[in-house]
Ligand binder design. Structure first.
Ligand code: HEC
Length: 128
């Protein structure tokens, strides 16, 4: 019971972080580049753990930080409008999922769709 309550509070804290403002420290240097996010998504399947609800608190925080940084990162290709639309949708889906809303896993899976974002915004083959 106590664990459950604690877990709920940590989720609320994450939601607060996601909707809060960026601290000065975060702005200084962006560790949360799209590339780093993609490596975590690819090798660790970070988003899969989040979607399944199997992520640790640290993993959840990391995912939230990446997602939050995404709209401010510049994609190597594609329009700013499209990038904003896709990344904002991902932020929203993440918030909803962490709040435990019904159907949110499907929504987040869709928002994390690799191809839908890579087609407009990723350069093939990747520049070295
Ligand atoms: C919201 C947009 C978006 C989504 C969703 C997305 N990607 Fe990406 N991905 C990008 C962009 C933009 C790049 C190019 C980054 C760059 O070159 O700076 C990229 C690059 C990559 C790379 C190459 C990274 C590197 O080191 O150059 C991998 C691997 C990758 N994505 C995997 C995935 C996988 C797997 C998924 C789905 C589970 C996914 N991505 C979903 C936007 C996205």
């Amino acid at each position: 019971m106590i664990r459950k309550v604690a877990a709920l509070f940590s989720v609320l804290a994450v939601v607060a972080v996601i909707s809060g403002t960026t601290s000065a420290d975060d702005k200084k240097e962006n560790k949360y580049t799209t590339k780093n996010f993609m490596q975590a998504v690819k090798t660790g399947g970070l988003h899969t753990k989040i979607i399944k609800g199997e992520a640790t608190e640290a993993e959840t925080k990391l995912f939230v930080a990446y997602v939050k940084a995404l709209p401010t990162n510049k994609p190597p290709k594609g329009s700013a409008e499209s990038w904003k639309k896709l990344t904002t949708a991902l932020t929203k889906a993440t918030e909803t999922h962490l709040a435990g809303k019904e159907g949110s896993a499907e929504a987040l899976t869709k928002a994390m769709s690799c191809k839908e974002c890579h087609t407009p915004h990723k350069v093939y083959p990747p520049k070295k």
